[in-house]
Design a protein around this ligand. Structure first.
Ligand code: EPU
Length: 418
């Protein structure tokens, strides 16, 4: 298995360009199931999760073509409606296919996603909303079999704001009969990006980016041209890397307005930040101040940057409290960071990080996507040798060309093939 080897201690300097967002691209690709014709999607990142959704949809009869960075998707010959266990188990976001399949074909058979390293991650809210829209469902041998004669608009209240749940129901609702109102919906930028794609297809959607989304169903949709937003989590990861290494980097093709809490926290840590609409310059401080964070739905601090922020707090001046409110088991990186000398104690969903003068290089193991990124960041500042991060297939699910991008900023980082 490949590993990433890092010799820490380099001050990062230069410019990095942010890729399209994985979590925006996945629902947009799923939305191409809603109607035939040739959709054209720009800025799709080259990631394992994108390959996975393409593979699942290819098995359904969808044709993909990539030319000069533009992904063309045609679901004219959509003939299957099944997402099988062998692929869904590698990517839970496959559940995003159920909404558009029901809207287009009135049926879907999707392997029920299990739990994952960061939590149980149920999909009850997706299923409850679909039931309210007139979908009959039963579970058979681990598969959700869903069927409807006609999706009907409904008023849906999500007990918890769910990102993929909101996206799934938006995709189901665009072709439903009548109006669907989603209350306590997620407001993440990825939702707005999907809403833009759906509007480009002729859908009637209002309120995306707030906690109430109103969708008036239409009979016909058309193929769309769409650009994926920059990955705010990738941008945040490079911002933290610059701060940790006392570096100075320019982050191109990012959306600072998608990073309000991260910018505020990094300024409190001591980083100097200047930004325009699409670029950001960040300079790390001489001493990193310790700062508390609490993960929250957008516009709060994203859970997908919690592990990376914690790696930074390991070398901060003082102690910080990190509270994870989204996923119940998202501290799996802690035991690996401790192997590098970090001083962290966990009490329920709260971690107390006592900053140390330094972290020490060590072999560590990636356990999920964002945990892996935090270990790479820790490796960039670790002293006394090489940090080897194994099981990096997790990183390849969500970071495009991570080591090349860090190399271009001067980091001593490379991938070693097994
Ligand atoms: N939840 C339920 N029932 C549901 C759905 C969610 O109880 O039916 C709970 C979850 O267990 C969690 C909370 O609601 O406690 C929020 O989960 P959400 O549904 O928003 O998460 P998700 O849609 O499965 C997306 C991202 C995650 C990101 C979360 C939170 C995609 C493909 N995935 O997951 O991204 O952490 O939102 O922002 O968009 C990652 O990229 O590394 C990643 C894990």
């Amino acid at each position: 298995m490949d590993k990433i080897v890092i010799e820490g201690g380099t001050v990062l300097k230069g410019t990095v360009k942010i890729s399209g967002a994985k979590n925006a691209a996945l629902p947009v690709i799923a939305a191409c199931l809603l109607t035939g014709g040739r959709h054209q999607i720009h800025n799709v990142p080259h990631l394992k999760d994108i390959q996975t959704i393409r593979l699942i949809m290819s098995r359904m009869g969808v044709v993909f073509q990539e030319d000069e960075g533009v992904l063309s998707v045609s679901s004219d010959n959509l003939r299957e409606f099944e997402a099988s266990y062998d692929l869904v188990k590698t990517m839970r976001a496959s559940i995003l296919l159920i909404g558009p399949l029901l809207a287009r074909l009135g049926k879907a058979k999707i392997s029920m996603p299990g739990g994952c390293a960061i939590g149980a991650r149920p999909i009850n809210l997706h299923l409850k909303a679909l039931a309210a829209m007139g979908v009959d469902m039963f579970l058979d041998r681990g598969y959700i079999n869903a069927q409807t004669d006609r999706l009907k608009g409904a008023s849906i209240f999500f007990d918890i704001p769910t990102v993929t749940g909101t996206e799934n129901i938006m995709m189901a609702a665009v072709k439903a009969e009548g109006q669907t109102i989603l209350k306590n919906s997620a407001a993440e930028p990825e939702i707005q990006n999907l809403a833009d794609m759906l509007r480009g297809m002729g859908a009637h959607i209002e309120g995306d980016g707030t906690d109430t989304i109103i969708i008036d169903g239409v009979d016909d949709l058309r193929p769309a041209q769409h650009k994926i937003i920059p990955d705010r989590i990738e941008a945040g990861t490079f911002m933290i890397a610059a701060t940790m290494t006392q570096g100075e980097i320019t982050i191109e093709d990012c959306r600072p307005d998608h990073l309000p809490a991260v910018i505020e926290k990094l300024q409190s840590v001591g980083a100097g930040i200047e930004m325009t609409d699409n670029d950001l310059f960040i300079k790390g401080p001489d001493t990193i101040n310790s700062v508390d964070i609490k993960t929250m739905p957008f516009p709060g601090f994203p859970t997908d940057l919690q592990a990376q922020f914690m790696a930074m707090m390991c070398i901060a001046n003082g102690s910080s409290i990190i509270k994870e409110t989204i996923f119940e088991n998202r501290f799996i990186h802690v035991s690996e960071l401790k192997r590098m000398g970090a001083d962290i104690s966990i009490n329920g969903n709260q971690a107390l990080v006592r900053g140390k003068d330094r972290l020490l290089a060590a072999p560590v193991m990636a356990t999920d996507l964002r945990a892996s990124a935090s270990l790479v960041l820790a490796g960039l500042v670790a002293e006394d040798g090489r940090t080897e991060v194994s099981r990096i297939y997790h990183l390849d699910r969500g970071y495009e060309a991570l080591e090349e991008k860090f190399q271009a900023l001067g980091a001593m980082i490379r991938r070693e093939k097994a």
